[in-house]
Design a protein around this ligand. Sequence first.
Ligand SMILES: Cc1cc2nc3c(=O)[nH]c(=O)nc-3n(C[C@H](O)[C@H](O)[C@H](O)COP(=O)(O)O)c2cc1C
Length: 230
Amino acid sequence: MDASARVMSVTGAVSSRSSKRAFLDRPVDGGLLRQLLAAAARSPSGGNLQPWHVDVLGSDELVRFKALIRQKMAADPRGDGPGYDIYPPDLRDPYRARRNRCGEDMYGSMGISRDDKASRLAFIAGNYQFWGAPVGMFFTVDRRMGPPQWSDLGMYIQTFMLLAKEAGLDSCPQEAWTLWHRTVADFIGLPEERMLFCGLALGYADPEHPVNRLRTERAPLEDFVVFRGI
Ligand SMILES: Cc1cc2nc3c(=O)[nH]c(=O)nc-3n(C[C@H](O)[C@H](O)[C@H](O)COP(=O)(O)O)c2cc1C
């Protein structure tokens, strides 16, 4: 189906998208993926710089990459060391509490208790297999770009995820890949001037897996909007 022929409303895509962490063994059509990636480039960017770059892995390439990561993780699960700080080192409330809550809710959805470190670690390692998705993606950006262009990249990723949702696909954006940024860069032949922001797992979510029923909370409007004159 042509991308323009789909019918989900923007509101429907925004409200039904959520991060999925278990996928069906069902391939994603390459033509559809190309359409979605092209359509997402209608995202705005300051000065129309379009500072996004995407690498897509599927089929044999994904198998080869995941095998490499499994092998490297067995040797040292800490990876290459992060390419950037995922969170500020002194993350404070309310952000700290939200992050903790998100983790508790995620493990709670699967009945994994706070003390069960082994199960938590085993589950989170699934990040590095793209949660079993048939497509793995990497988003990279020129190192000289600053916060405005990183924000542009984020808009591209969100637009892509919403278009994917409309096409019946699910996703999970993954900053966790920064722990393996050198390995990723080597594998995809990333030019030195670009750095990895995040990965993204793409595919058809497993509706039976309890983690996929997670519905994360959001702060109420009054907590983040100030109205003046309206
Ligand atoms: C840029 C970005 C990076 C993320 N990285 C990860 C990740 O590495 N692993 C993961 O499981 N979830 C990751 N997430 C998903 C967030 O945990 C999720 O978006 C958040 O908890 C809100 O839940 P929702 O996406 O289901 O609405 C990431 C989200 C974003 C936007």
